[in-house]
Design a protein around this ligand. Structure first.
Ligand code: MRU
Length: 328
């Protein structure tokens, strides 16, 4: 593949600036944790597993020159985005490692752990793809939302990894991808990854999904997740809940694909998930140009929660879970 998302080399993290894709492929290289924190906030780096992996490298870099920075960096990175649990999973895992042994408080040890977390995600993506593809027996038309590919993870992706595997196994007929307002992760990023992988597809506006289902043009919906709680309720990109309701009405299977690190066993139900609200300019402007009056009121949640009862199965690297959800 002629693009990558995150690469750690020569004591620096290089990432592709996703805010500029697909028109400009620009990479940023840094060894500053603060630059990585800003990249996560600005969505230059985005997607639940990817922000966790980047935060791991950021924490390792924070001790490169002085270990006094570790806890400041930890707190700073925690403030970047609230919804995806992968971020907190990685930060807390690295903090635990740092605190359990003085020998763990140096840059090489922390970097090894960050690399291990990255490599684990690569393997988990492969397993999700394999487990997910087994659910499909014949040529299928998939609807997906947001971006769940290489750009959102350390590996081939979650929902997108399944799409790739179906394509490889010649079980994929077509992909419809929602544009995913307001930041167009589907229009800009999923279309980019589908094209790079030569997968037949069309991008639709988010509001076209129900019409496609009614026309029997969708066999299954597969989406990713930012946080899956104990009862299976799932936070994902805003609009996912509408897709799940529409899929249930049309009796179309609705699958969520995510690594085990996206499961948050601390929360019992979806009401406990903090949903990030983002700036109103994400809606009122496109590329810095206002498309509405600048002073209108806007409500801009980045995610919503799909109740477990609308989810046909949760496809993880460990196995495929069916309701009632119990993550063992
Ligand atoms: O706001 P984003 O672009 O970080 O939102 C990403 C999503 O909602 C993805 O669907 C989710 O993180 C799963 S990525 C494998």
């Amino acid at each position: 593949m002629d693009y990558f998302n995150l690469k750690f080399e020569k004591d620096k993290l290089t990432f592709i600036d996703q805010t500029k894709l697909p028109l400009v492929e620009e990479y940023v290289t840094t060894d500053k944790y603060e630059r990585i924190a800003v990249a996560i906030e600005r969505l230059e780096i985005r997607g639940a597993p990817a922000i966790g992996i980047a935060a791991g490298y950021a924490l390792a870099l924070s001790v490169k020159n002085s270990n006094e920075n570790f806890f400041i960096a930890y707190e700073r990175l925690r403030q970047t985005r609230p919804t995806a649990v992968n971020l907190f999973y990685v930060l807390d895992r690295m903090k635990f490692f740092f605190e359990t042994d003085n020998n763990n408080q140096n840059y090489p040890s922390l970097l090894n752990l960050a690399i291990e977390i990255h490599n684990t995600d690569i393997r988990q993506c492969e397993m999700i793809a394999k487990n997910g593809a087994e659910l499909f027996k014949s040529k299928t038309k998939i609807l997906t939302h947001c971006n769940t590919g290489m750009l959102a993870t350390g590996g081939i992706g979650t929902a997108f990894g399944i799409i790739l595997e179906l394509h490889k196994q010649k079980k994929l007929e077509f992909v419809y991808a929602c544009e995913s307002r307001p930041l167009f992760q589907g229009l800009r990023l999923t279309s980019y990854e589908l094209a790079k992988n030569k997968i037949p597809n069309k991008i639709i506006t988010d509001s076209t999904a129900a019409y496609l289902m009614q026309k029997k043009l969708i066999d299954a919906v597969i989406v990713g997740a930012d946080r899956i709680v104990r009862n299976g309720d799932t936070a994902n990109k805003i609009g996912t809940y509408s897709l799940a309701i529409n899929a249930a009405y049309h009796k179309i299977p609705f699958y969520v694909a995510a690594p085990i690190s996206t499961i948050d066993n601390n929360y019992q139900s979806g009401e406990m998930i903090r949903i990030e609200e983002r700036a109103k300019e994400e809606i009122t402007r496109i590329n810095e140009n206002y498309i509405s009056s600048p002073d209108i009121e806007v409500f801009n949640p980045a995610f919503d929660v799909t109740p477990a009862k609308l989810i046909t199965a949760i496809i993880s690297d460990r196995r495929v879970y069916f309701p009632p959800y119990k993550f063992t």
